[in-house]
Design a protein around this ligand. Structure first.
Ligand SMILES: *Cc1c(COP(=O)(O)O)cnc(C)c1O
Length: 433
């Protein structure tokens, strides 16, 4: 199957080229030319299958034209080595816990899958693939962990010095091996600009393979559809359900929309954001006004110009009306998110992280109770990753998971660079061969 650019449907690439490109040459995002629809019987068989088994079947449907079956199975089995359990919070409301991977955030699913797919693609090449990624925290740690020791792939993570939490910095800088942390004296925006400049620098791209590991990359996006099927499979009933997705760059939601096109019976999608409400505003007014992001307690959703929005427009033929039929959106202030976290904890004992709190609240706000239709919101991170906020809300200390504590005991290794592109370029020229 080919993958086209949202900027121009005539611009088509193989899976391998699309994954190695990341972004299409015209600046668009790659989309599959056709989305397979699963037979009803197959969907129903998921009710008795595990998450790894379901993931395998979805991966085979998506990639069987592009990769040999044994390779698809090997990549998927190795990436999906943890569960995404569905947990009941209260009557009719469930959470899909996506934080049981190594860095305790949903990005582990996409990062692990992408790493293994790249490893597969490097086999035919006599060159290494270099992944450059700018991070404000979560993406970098998931990519660092997902790509660690993956053969043929060298990873460079650019992060703003002093701009990520201590814990996140430890997750980025203590792994060693094929993971190099570049500590930039600048902001996250500087890091993103440096990465972009590298991709556009012909001296560099002529001599080395450079790709990105942000959610614009198909190999990160598509596997995120797997767990939507698991959510439905774990519900006891067979009918349609609501899905609520805490969103920033909208990769997670886009994967859910693709799952719907594959036949997953989603009644309606509910988008939850913090005060960075560009997409809720678009749904309200039909106008898309990207703007600088505002810092919030749900900081992985502090995005002012969501990169996957182009894919959502593309999926629904740029029709505002059709998009409104498919989804509704709600945005929340920090104060509202904290109230939700406190309220849910006191009433049900379930501890939400600030991102999941948006998902829960949007689901409650949208889905009428009397309807008798179940709703699932995605829990995108473990509350222990946001312990300062969580502890302030519930007024007691929480247990920090072992997986997070491990990194803190190791030695930090990073390479300091200024935000001058020439310095990054020189470093890459010297290091990559
Ligand atoms: C990245 C992230 C999000 C946002 O996901 P998108 O796919 O960018 O919409 C939400 N919650 C957490 C915890 C994240 O790390």
């Amino acid at each position: 199957m080919n993958y086209y650019s949202t900027g121009n449907r005539q611009l088509r690439r193989s899976l391998k080229d699309a994954v190695l490109d990341g972004l299409a040459p015209d600046g668009g995002l790659y989309m599959p030319e056709s989305i397979p629809v699963l037979p009803k019987e197959q969907l129903h068989s998921f009710k008795t299958k595990t998450f790894p088994e379901i993931s395998r079947e979805i991966a085979l449907s998506l990639f069987h034209e592009d990769l040999p079956e044994p390779d698809i199975i090997r990549i998927t089995d190795s990436a999906i080595n943890f569960d995404t359990p569905l947990v009941k919070v209260e009557d009719g409301i469930y959470t899909l816990e996506l934080f049981h991977g190594p860095t305790l955030a949903f990005k582990d699913v996409g990062a692990r899958f992408m790493a293994r797919m790249l490893e597969h693609f490097t086999r035919g090449l006599n060159q290494k693939i270099n992944v450059l990624v700018a991070t404000s925290g979560d993406t970098g740690s998931a990519v660092a962990s997902g790509f660690l020791n993956v053969e043929g792939v060298q990873v460079f993570i650019l992060y703003p010095s002093g701009g990520v939490s201590k814990l996140q910095e430890m997750q980025l800088t203590t792994l060693g091996g094929n993971i190099t942390a570049l500590e930039i004296s600048g902001t996250f925006d500087d890091c993103q600009r440096l990465v972009k400049s590298a991709f556009q620098d012909s001296d560099l791209t002529k001599n080395m393979i450079l790709t990105s590991a942000n959610s614009i990359n198909l190999a990160r996006l598509l596997p995120q559809s797997f767990y939507y099927f698991n959510a439905w499979a774990r519900l006891s009933e067979n009918q349609e359900f609501y899905v609520s997705v805490p969103s920033g760059n909208f990769g997670n939601l886009t994967a859910g929309l693709i799952a719907g096109k594959m036949g997953l019976p989603v009644k309606h999608y509910i988008v939850a954001t913090n005060v960075n409400d560009v997409v809720p505003e678009y749904l309200d007014t039909g106008k898309y006004r990207p703007r600088p992001s505002i810092a919030t307690i749900a900081n992985a959703m502090d995005v002012g110009n969501p990169s996957n929005f182009a894919r959502i427009l593309d999926l629904y033929g740029h029709s505002h009306e059709t998009i409104l039929d498919v989804m509704s959106a709600y945005s929340y202030t920090d104060k509202e998110l904290k109230e939700t976290m406190g309220d849910v904890y006191r009433r049900t004992g379930y501890l939400l992280d600030p991102h999941g709190a948006a998902g829960y609240q949007a689901l409650k706000q949208h889905a009428p109770k009397e309807e008798g239709i179940s709703g699932v919101f995605l829990e995108t991170a473990h509350p222990g990753k946001f312990s300062l906020t969580v502890e302030e809300v519930i007024q007691s200390t929480i247990e920090i998971p072992e997986k997070l504590k491990q990194a803190s005991s190791k030695e930090k290794v990073s390479i300091p660079l200024t935000s001058e592109f020439s310095e990054l370029k020189e470093f890459l020229v010297q290091t990559v061969r």
